[in-house]
Design a binder for this molecule. Structure first.
Ligand SMILES: [Zn+2]
Length: 106
């Protein structure tokens, strides 16, 4: 189970995008990377007549960031924090914030 999941709020802790925060749009588990909303924009060239585009040009899109450079921002205490795992009475596993101890997943 990945530490970081889609729709989590994360902070970039290393690299040129360090300090930025955003929502996780997609996690590529096998690649160990994720797309974070409005972070790490990369320019992509598109061709005229290509799929879904009428005109060619340059579009900016989020590029993947290594999961190791991201840290979850706790929704309860709003601090970047490591997460732990907890097993509930019904057997389901949830993540919790190691800073404030609050459960992150519902
Ligand atoms: Zn917390």
């Amino acid at each position: 189970m990945a530490q970081i999941r889609k729709n989590d709020r994360v902070k970039v802790i290393a690299g040129k995008e360090q300090g930025k925060e955003g929502r996780v749009l997609k996690v590529y588990v096998e690649k160990g990377s994720a797309l974070v909303e409005r972070v790490n924009f990369v320019k992509r060239h598109t061709r005229p007549g290509g799929k879904g585009s009428q005109q060619g040009g340059i579009i900016e899109k989020e590029g993947p960031l290594k999961l190791s450079k991201l840290m979850l921002v706790c929704p309860k205490c709003s601090k970047p924090s490591r997460t732990g795992r907890r097993v509930l009475d019904d057997g389901s596993r949830v993540r919790y914030c190691k800073k404030c101890g609050e459960q992150i997943d519902s």
